[in-house]
Design a binder for this molecule. Structure first.
Ligand code: ZN
Length: 432
């Protein structure tokens, strides 16, 4: 289709020669009043007040972080560092810190991180928020950040009973209060309950709570190397029983790495039937799992290619940046995707696009964002990367040249290149 002759409207912005995921040609994208109004192979530059020639660089709507913790982000070393590197020591350190933190301090850290995320092209974060303190300071603070940032980044909050829903007396009331305050999604941690049976009971109660309120569910589920940690089976069962198809996510699912293959072949079918979204956090899984192994050490990543093969939606999360569980990170979802590429050995060239989908369109499916794709009528959200293919995105973790939200440029970065000086001779190197 070519509407080049029919542009009587004068557009605000025209993106020229954009490489869109899965499309071989270069597209011209017209923007008017914050929305995409034209998407075509040819649109004259004269149709817009401003045009940017992207020269064949990749454009995605934005990156999506499907699993994060904005309450603990950038708290590394407070009150101490994690010496064992285990999940449980991390939970203990966070437990010491969270009793002390103030509203102002959480808002400051979370807001600082949101700026990093925006600069890196993240446009939506699903963040768990710890609802285990009586004060619910974490909830109040992150609701404030969610609202203050909404023009620039979408934040979904999950009510997360970090220390167990049934294990901690009164946790049910605190979680309900958090939902009443405006938290978006029901969370859980069945492998953190006292017994397998109690974990299953927590899943039942939490899924019923979500169904009654019309909310989505996202549980930390089977974040363990124990092959017998099978709460995902129960989560799939209650999802089906309550008709919550497509509205429930299982985060981590690392026990699946260690499960028996025969059992997994049945489990994947149950998950597909319930339309469960699987969320993997490869940076954190490779760091925290396998800590009780000598050698060989398990990678502790869930079975991503097998789930995709089975038609299960999988998306990725950063989970942590500079907190008691993970000391590195700079809000780069391509670093997360690159780790999934390695750990899951998704090395065929065609799999690079699949890996990038897990931090873009598949993340949108997990979070339930419906106007995500680059299509006429949708919000004009674009991240322009200094890369020509999905494979290059994973390899280079390139500069985000422009981040555009609702038609406005909200972040810019310089193109990345180096100069080598050999025997007085200067040569530019851009790693392509
Ligand atoms: Zn988490």
């Amino acid at each position: 289709m070519n509407h080049a002759g029919s542009f009587s409207i004068y557009m605000d912005l025209l993106l020229q020669n954009a490489k869109l995921p899965g499309k071989p040609e270069l597209y011209q994208i017209g923007v008017e009043r914050g929305r995409i109004v034209a998407l075509d192979l040819e649109i004259p530059a004269s149709a817009a007040a401003r045009s940017l020639d992207l020269a064949g660089n990749c454009v995605v709507p934005y990156f999506i972080d499907s699993h994060f913790h904005l309450d603990s982000v950038l708290s590394l070393g407070n009150p101490r560092f994690n010496q064992s590197g285990t999940l449980f020591e991390g939970i203990d350190i966070w437990g010491e810190f969270k009793a002390e933190i103030s509203h102002k301090e959480i808002v400051e850290r979370a807001s600082r991180y949101c700026k990093w995320a925006i600069a890196q092209g993240i446009g939506a974060i699903r963040s768990h928020v710890d609802v285990s303190e009586n004060s619910l300071t974490t909830v109040e603070a992150l609701l404030e950040v969610r609202d203050a940032m909404k023009e620039f980044i979408t934040i979904q909050l999950v009510a997360f009973p970090q220390d167990g829903y049934l294990r901690v007396p009164g946790q049910d009331q605190l979680l309900t209060r958090a939902l009443d305050m405006g938290v978006d999604v029901v969370g859980g941690i069945p492998h953190g309950e006292r017994t397998m049976a109690e974990g299953a009971e927590a899943i039942r109660q939490l899924c019923e709570l979500a169904a009654a309120r019309g909310l989505r569910v996202d549980m930390h589920c089977d974040e363990s190397d124990d092959p017998l940690s099978r709460h995902i089976e129960t989560l799939a069962f209650h999802t089906q029983r309550l008709g919550l198809h497509g509205r429930v996510s299982g985060s981590h699912l690392t026990s699946m790495h260690s499960m028996d293959n025969y059992y997994v072949s049945k489990l994947l079918t149950l998950m597909a039937e319930a339309q469960i979204h699987a969320i993997s956090n490869p940076l954190i899984n490779i760091t925290l799992q396998g800590r009780h192994d000598s050698y060989p050490k398990r990678r502790g990543i869930t079975r991503i290619p097998e789930m995709l093969e089975k038609g299960i939606n999988v998306s990725l999360g950063h989970d942590c940046v500079m907190d008691p569980w993970y000391a590195l990170g700079r809000a780069d979802m391509l670093e997360v995707a690159s780790m999934a590429w390695h750990l899951c050995q998704m090395t065929r060239l065609s799999q690079s696009e699949e890996v990038v989908e897990m931090i873009t369109s598949r993340g949108a499916a997990t979070l339930g964002i419906e106007d995500y794709q680059t299509e006429v009528g949708n919000p004009a959200n674009f991240v322009v990367l200094q890369a020509k293919t999905a494979h290059e995105m994973l390899r280079l973790k390139p500069s985000r040249l422009y981040v555009i939200r609702n038609g406005k440029i909200i972040a810019e970065s310089a193109p990345r290149h180096s100069t080598v000086i050999l025997a007085g001779q200067e040569t530019a190197v851009d790693f392509t």
